[in-house]
Design a protein. Sequence first.
Length: 72
Amino acid sequence: MTVETQDAVYVFEFKLDGTVEEALAQIDSKGYLIPYEASVGADGRPKKLFKIGASFDAQTRTLGGWKVAEGT
């Protein structure tokens, strides 16, 4: 999932029974941030890029964990 605001782009990857590290690695390996690297914010500066990895636990049916990292 991608959320784009005036000043930032947030790319989420969700994993069921996976890890947040796997989710963040998939964002990198699939190049999900690449289309947004040239995005410019309302102030004329490059938008900040963020990666959010989230894991869900199928057994407990809850959010198992999440981690935010700045994109590069």
